[in-house]
Write a protein that binds this ligand. Sequence first.
Ligand code: ZN
Length: 136
Amino acid sequence: MPSKINHIGIAVPDIERAAEFYTKHLGLRLGGVEEVADQKVKVAFLPIGEVRLELVQPTSPESPVARFLEKNGPGFHHIAYQVDDVAAEVERLKVEGVRMVDQAPRTGAHNTRIAFVHPKASGGVLTELVQEMGEE
Ligand code: ZN
């Protein structure tokens, strides 16, 4: 079961431009930008308390985030819950009949393993499970 909220994902067309509001006007600190090839996105984290905002920018028109932006415009994209064992959580949810986007965990940003739950299963909110694998 999730232990806390790990981050909140916000889809944006341009990380640097979107980050300006959060750094200039909310005083958050922008971490390094990292590319997640798997998802065809660039991501940047802005920590606040125990949680982080994750700005997500597509790097290709085929990215699921590019399709999201086309359909919805920039804005709230997903909520990510921290779990100890993402593979076990995916198996548990599948057994419980929860509709998954990912049938198995895959590689996320910053040395994590992640899996997405389908928004149809979670009140319309794209839901990410994230397991931190520790420092590389
Ligand atoms: Zn995320």
